[in-house]
Ligand binder design. Structure first.
Ligand code: OSB
Ligand code: MG
Length: 381
């Protein structure tokens, strides 16, 4: 295969209102500022990535503004000083920079899209994916009442989604799980706390949740609390799933060694891209621990990358990869991502991410743009 000859990187900030507000234990949002990365090679071929950092550093420490600086200043400088021949080299190229996974992941994912296109291959096959159809679940934010929550759950089940996850926070937890479980005794149901609880204070809540035959309790404790998660896991029959805690392969390896979880949520951005995501997938698989693909309220670009990731063989549980229409009035890819009546998404057969980015719509939503040369000869000219 010929070497990548990256020429240019473009950053773009879009402003997109959400169809419905989304509330978690860390806050409520009504719109997203989205950072889109485009890489171009010498022949003008393009690859797209989406930075999944939020506007505020509440989910993790990155924001779309910090990511912009890290990409424009630090990642670009590494790509210029040590050009990558292949998408698989990007992770190593960025390794000197600590953290900032969402910034790294956006650039890495764009380069994978470009490389897949140059090889005329769907991205999902290019990364080693093995299934052309993925199983989908939904993440339902905190609602204004239990009735409103039950209404949302019913709607999503009627659409075919295979697993329901509800967000919880202190004061709105056991009661919500109990209500959904009593209405739907048989469904795959999980809860996601986004790190809002503590082992010392909240054992009663955890024991309460443990009574509702949940598929998992996602990230109950703080991201760094692997030992506490291991202690908690010993006292529950429900499997814990780690999201925020896992930012690199070593986190996953240590979590598994400690027995801190029985399931891992893999998010491309949270772990810095496909190379790291695949490593985490591999260690989990070796340990017999299922993984699934998480979401960050992505537009169609990030959604397309999540679809590709979900085709790896260890992704055996339904992910938070759902239809564009659940979040956006109009997506930036055409056609939008859709889900079958069976709650599945078809991995696209066309090269790269396999969804056409609507350039006109992208331009009309853009509030900020920067273009940076990646070839040193160009940079000097
Ligand atoms: O913890 O999984 C999470 C959205 C934003 C930040 C964190 C999370 C989420 C979700 C939404 O649960 C998943 C989706 O994109 O549908
Ligand atoms: Mg989560």
């Amino acid at each position: 295969m010929s070497q990548l000859q990256l020429q240019c990187l473009e950053l773009r900030e879009l402003h997109l209102p959400l169809k419905h507000p989304f509330e978690t234990s860390f806050g409520r949002i009504t719109a997203r500022r989205v950072l889109i990365v485009k890489v171009t090679n010498r022949d003008g071929a393009e690859g797209y990535g989406e930075c999944v950092a939020m506007e505020d550093p509440f989910f993790n420490s990155e924001t779309i503004d910090t990511a912009w600086i890290i990409i424009a200043k630090h990642l670009v400088s590494l790509l210029v000083s040590s050009p990558v021949g292949r998408a698989a080299d990007v992770n190593e190229c960025f390794a000197r920079i600590r953290g900032n996974q969402m910034a790294k992941g956006a650039v890495e994912a764009a380069i994978w899209d470009l490389e897949a296109q140059l090889e005329g291959q769907p991205l999902w096959k290019h990364i080693g994916g093995e299934r052309s159809e993925i199983a989908c679940g939904v993440s339902i934010g905190i609602q204004s009442s239990v009735d409103a929550l039950i209404g949302k759950v019913s709607t999503e089940l009627a659409s075919g989604y295979q697993r329901i996850k509800i967000k919880i926070k202190p004061g709105q937890d056991v009661e919500l799980a109990a209500a959904v479980r009593s209405k739907y005794p048989e469904i795959l149901l999980s809860v996601d706390a986004n790190a809002a609880y503590s082992l010392g204070r909240d054992m009663l809540v955890m024991k309460g949740l443990d009574r509702y035959n949940l598929l998992m309790i996602e990230q109950p404790l703080a991201p760094g609390d692997l030992v506490d998660h291991a202690n908690l896991q010993k006292q529950l029959k429900t499997r814990l799933c780690l999201d925020e805690s896992i930012t690199r392969e070593a986190d996953a390896r240590q979590a598994l060694e400690l027995g801190a979880c029985g399931i891992i949520n893999i998010k491309l951005g949270r772990v810095g891209g496909f190379s790291e995501a695949k490593k985490i997938h591999d260690v989990a698989r070796q340990a017999g621990v299922p993984v699934w693909c998480g979401g960050m309220l992505e537009t169609g670009i990030g959604r397309a990358h999540n679809i590709a990731l979900s085709t790896l063989p260890g992704f055996t549980l339904p992910g938070d990869v759902s239809a564009s229409g659940r979040y956006w009035e109009e997506d930036i890819v055409d056609p939008p991502v859709t889900v079958s009546r069976q709650g599945t998404i078809q991995a696209p057969p066309s090269p790269g991410i396999g969804f056409q980015v609507d350039a006109k719509r992208l331009a009309s939503l853009t509030s900020r743009r920067e273009e940076i040369a990646l070839s040193s000869s160009r940079a000097q000219a």
